[in-house]
Write a protein that binds this ligand. Structure first.
Ligand code: ZN
Length: 291
């Protein structure tokens, strides 16, 4: 009996750990990007963190109205939704489910890259994501000035959203106290990616954690563009990064850690993960192997 007890205890502990994993659902199925290639990368990054149990909910293809009306993953099964979706409108049922559950703090939301292009006419979505890819007349724009202070550009001024610069760029941490960005190097070099500029929206309860500058000599805005941010939506937490155009961009260790930490934070409000030893530095990229 003396020898059986420890075995039993271990069995109980490990089953409790499995049950305690954060339940994630990645939503994809329509995107002007190669979601069939990028969803497996997002899924693997999350699984590699050891904290998440990851499901994927794939919508019907474009133009399948009847099937689309029935597409409504049961969000009560998940702690956090990761959107890799940029396509046709969801059903009212799914919209209301995400809106209601997020507002009540029952689910978190993570927005990756072109997911912020979606649903321009859905008022609540614009509030959830804070800012996204919208035309010049839509919403406000937020940037940092050279003194490191936030500046809000009012609606109708400045340009519509774009990615005027594509290439490697430096991510500058603006909030080193937030659980997601805590312990990241103050500056780190991201792998080649589209650098989204002029993100626009209602910008309510947005906290910018990091910015990046698209260089003027390469068609960029030369402004400090928000690159990682959070939104408090009711009691819910939204984590948002416009990084992640393709598999190559997502293979950056900085992107992977940002996603892993942001997803944990959106689900629980905490981050228990350490910054990996191979995290990029100010002048050195760090990219995971292709396979
Ligand atoms: Zn893109």
């Amino acid at each position: 009996m003396r020898f059986l007890l420890p075995t039993l205890a271990i069995a109980v502990v490990s089953s409790a750990l499995a049950a305690d994993k954060i339940k994630v659902v990645i939503i994809d199925g329509q995107n002007n990007h190669n979601w069939k290639a990028t969803t497996p990368v997002l899924k693997k990054h999350l699984e590699d963190a050891g904290l998440f149990e990851v499901s994927v909910a794939t919508s019907p293809d474009r133009g399948k109205k009847e099937e689309m009306a029935k597409f409504a993953p049961d969000l009560s099964q998940y702690d956090v939704v990761v959107s890799n979706y940029n396509g046709e409108n969801w059903s009212k049922e799914l919209n209301d489910s995400l809106d209601g559950r997020l507002k009540e703090g029952k689910v978190g939301l993570v927005i990756v890259h072109a997911a912020n292009n979606a649903f321009g006419g859905w008022k609540e979505y614009n509030q959830m994501i804070g800012m996204g890819w919208r035309d010049a007349k839509f919403g406000k724009r937020l940037k940092y000035n050279d003194g490191g202070k936030e500046e809000i550009v009012e609606a109708g001024k400045d340009q519509g959203s774009g990615h005027r610069y594509t290439g490697p760029f430096t991510v500058t941490i603006r909030d080193a106290d937030h659980p997601v960005t805590k312990d990241m190097p103050k500056e780190w070099l991201h792998n080649n990616d589209e650098l989204y500029d002029n993100m626009r929206g209602p910008i309510e309860k947005v906290k910018v954690l990091a910015t990046a500058i698209p260089p003027a000599d390469k068609k960029g805005t030369a402004a400090h563009e928000p690159m990682i941010w959070t939104v408090d939506y009711g009691k819910g937490r939204v984590f948002h990064t416009p990084m992640g155009h393709d598999v190559n961009a997502m293979k950056c260790v900085g992107f992977a850690a940002t996603l892993q930490r942001g997803t944990e934070w959106a689900a629980t409000g905490k981050v228990t993960q350490k910054i990996p030893a191979n995290f990029p530095t100010a002048d050195k990229k760090s990219v995971l192997p292709e396979k």
